[in-house]
Design a protein around this ligand. Sequence first.
Ligand code: NAP
Length: 489
Amino acid sequence: MSTITASQEQQVVDQVPRQLYIAGEWRDGAKGTLTVEDPSTGEGLTEVADASVEDAQAALDAAVAAGPDFAAMPPRERGEILRRAFEMITERQDDLALLMTLEMGKALRESAAEIAYAAEFFRWFSEEAVRIDGRYTVAANGAGRVLTMKQPVGPCLMITPWNFPLAMGTRKIGPAIAAGCTMVVKPAQQTPLSMLALAKILEEAGLPGGVLNLITASSSSQTTGPLIADQRLRKLSFTGSTEVGRTLMSQASETLLRLSMELGGNAPFIVFDDADIDAAVQGAMIAKMRNMGEACTSANRFHVAGPVAEQFAEKLAEKMGALTLGRGVDEKTDVGPLIDGTQRGKVDELVQDAIGRGATAVVGGQSREGAGYFYNPTVLTDVPDDAQLLTEEIFGPVAPVKGFADEDEAIAAANNTEYGLVAYVYTNDLKRALRVCERLETGMIGLNQGMVSNAQAPFGGVKQSGFGREGGYEGIEEYLETKYVAVNL
Ligand code: NAP
């Protein structure tokens, strides 16, 4: 990877359309523009269109109008649009990665990994488009027949967060296109550029106008509220915080909208004393430091067997302390900035709360001085049970390590949270591994590995981490309705 120049940075930003994409046309937002910032400098990168309520309404009108034709498009053609878009994303991986790094902050190689991950959803669902099936069975009495068919849900609203600016979009858009649904997409206002670039790619890949409509807005509630209340909308798919998820769910109750909710997490990372400690530390670095800890799947708490807890914390602290902070575009950078000052403030509050209650910062424990929203990678030991960061999502590069006495205690601690997205387990004992996996109250488990994300697998949570699955065979079901026909022969 060669050094990125300021003019290359400017060029990738300038290449992105910065208007609203509605009914196959790029147009200005009625409310003017909103600023996108580079979190590594705190300076403005560019301006994108700011949608009004009427713009959002026009986007839904377009999705509704395009619905019937798109539902009738041959599945193979829908799949081929996705396949072409997959190829184009892959070809443009470097530019898309640079764009993502500029708006979101993470190191270029991490952005490139997200681009590849995001593209995989299009490849996977391009293949799933032609596998939508139904069934035909003889009724139990032998007289009638049971016929079922799967049909697209209809116009969808998709709201996505800033932490994975592209992948959180493609894992909704991919299955929706495969299923024959039209949509309005609203990315986070802090990172709209990756999604705008994606809309352009889909346009070039031949997606008919009106199938995907993209609005960027400074007020998400004002623009999406009326759409959620509109009876023509058939589904809301949301990825974001549990708090906003609750608000949207209550709004959606008015029209009994179909929902997918990919919400917050508080992942436990459990290391048993029979585990390979070096492999566990390696996995911990991935589970903690991917996306600077700003991932719903980020390991939030490290529960380590008493006899190996100190050794684990020391090794983890050594690796965390050796990481290089910097602008994501710098090839030496391991850890980019957090998304903004508010997020960094929240992380520091949680760290100071734990230290105030008796925790020890083995490494880190404070923000980095200077421009940008950097936070030093931190490992905390002696963390008391009442420290807030054990129950709240940290969303930053902070690893609290706590010891446990036995398996029951580890599982009780791991499950002691309102969240249930993912857990990580390190053990070399197969019986224990399966026993523990069965008892953990999460939608996903990384067994002897620090990452679960995979387009082929059903991603999603239980408890207050939400419901619905993205990816895998399950992903397309979120965008299909089952219709049953009772056949009288
Ligand atoms: P957030 O504040 O909930 O925002 C997510 C999206 O919702 C953004 O597009 C935001 O728009 C929009 N939004 C906020 N308030 C809204 C409202 N009242 N009505 C309609 N839309 C609204 O979350 P975030 O800070 O961007 O993302 C971090 C959270 O996402 C974490 O909790 C993380 O765990 C979760 N997450 C979950 C998954 C998963 O798959 N389970 C994956 C990634 C992230 P604005 O940009 O305008 O605020």
